[in-house]
Design a protein around this ligand. Structure first.
Ligand code: SF4
Length: 343
């Protein structure tokens, strides 16, 4: 059966097999990042509302458990096509997830802008892992790259994240996304090193664009630059766990309803039963509805053979349901593969 707010499980570089929950339902965020993989923010806001009511979301999670309960994910990840902490029922959602799937840890992706709100802080204390992002400590870079709501500054976000970390006993996985010529400055690296040394997150993940961003101004940095930043910032953590993830995680949404239906040993789509062929098609199409991806990215996320993914993409492209992204938007993404998109 189809799910509206649940996606996955899909493979995520930082969380393993992650079942995504969409807390927004729409393109609502407190930032409008140049690099956002799901496009431009439609509603830029700091107002918290039950964008997706906890009851609707948790009813769906119960249904998912009843259908897939024998294959539990490594994490339930709260995200969406925007900032999940904008959902004013975050507290009930985290608690409900833990009740419905008691053995699965809950992770929350956040752009950190709402960490100053005491209600958000209180709700997040219940999560097992929080994945905040903070791309620059220099206001000019932060404003240019993340384009937040008025009144949000790099300094305020950094201060609130630090304050939250002092009361939080779960894991903090800090993400820093680098965009060429915007926040990859030496000055930013120096400030972030000092900050990470004080924050002492469980992990720091330096990423760069791996998919086309909302604006062509956002371009990936060279792999060597990303690696050098990763090493420099990891060295600031006393007990660092590296995971090698290079792909951007926020927003977290991925999709694969019927995740088990197309696990197969064959490389030929035509050899699959009709039901599995259409399940593979549906999963690829829904995943591309969320964000542009290459065949390899889809194969990893959906745990499908690459050849099956490529055959599905060819069919969808011939039908006119998807198209390849323009080369100028993908030129610096460190891949020769084309990106496919629905939008
Ligand atoms: S990348 Fe994350 S924080 Fe930035 S606009 Fe997209 S959803 Fe919002």
């Amino acid at each position: 059966m189809k799910f509206t707010y649940i996606f996955g499980p899909v493979f995520s570089g930082r969380l393993g097999h992650s079942l995504g929950l969409d807390l927004l339902g729409e393109r609502i965020c407190s930032m409008d990042c140049l690099y956002c993989e799901v496009g431009r923010t439609e509603e830029l806001t700091l107002s918290r509302k039950p964008y997706v009511p906890a009851k609707d979301l948790l009813d769906e999670l119960r249904r998912w458990r009843d259908e897939h309960g024998e294959n539990l994910p490594d994490y339930v990840t709260l995200g969406g096509s925007g900032e999940p902490c904008l959902n004013s029922e975050l507290d009930a959602i985290i608690k409900g997830c833990k009740q419905i799937l008691p053995s699965v840890p809950v992770a929350v992706l956040t752009n950190s802008t709402l960490l100053c709100d005491p209600d958000v802080q209180q709700a997040l204390l219940e999560a097992d892992a929080v994945l905040p992002s903070l791309d620059s400590l220099i206001d000019k870079e932060f404003a240019k790259l993340n384009r937040p709501c008025g009144g949000v500054s790099a300094a305020s976000v950094a201060e609130c994240l630090m304050e939250f970390s002092k009361q939080y006993s779960g894991k903090i996985f800090l993400e820093i996304l680098l965009s060429q010529g915007i926040n990859d400055s030496q000055e930013n690296l120096t400030l972030l090193k000092e900050y990470v040394t004080s924050l002492q997150p469980h992990r720091v993940d330096v990423t760069t664009l791996s998919r086309p961003g909302a604006f062509s101004l956002a371009q990936a940095v060279d792999p060597e630059v990303r690696k050098a930043w990763q090493t420099a910032l990891s060295d600031c953590i006393t007990d660092f766990t590296a995971n090698g993830s290079t792909s951007h995680q926020h927003p977290a949404k991925e999709t694969s309803p019927q995740a088990d239906a197309t696990q197969t040993a064959t490389d030929n789509l035509a050899d699959l039963p009709e039901q599995d062929r259409s399940a593979a098609k549906q999963r690829v199409l829904e995943s591309l509805t969320r964000r542009p991806q290459t065949p390899s990215q889809l194969a990893i996320a959906l745990t499908l053979p690459l050849s099956i993914v490529q055959q599905v993409l060819d069919i969808l492209e011939n039908e006119g349901s998807i198209y390849k992204s323009e080369p100028d938007r993908t030129a610096t993404l460190n891949t020769d593969e084309p990106f496919y998109s629905c939008q």
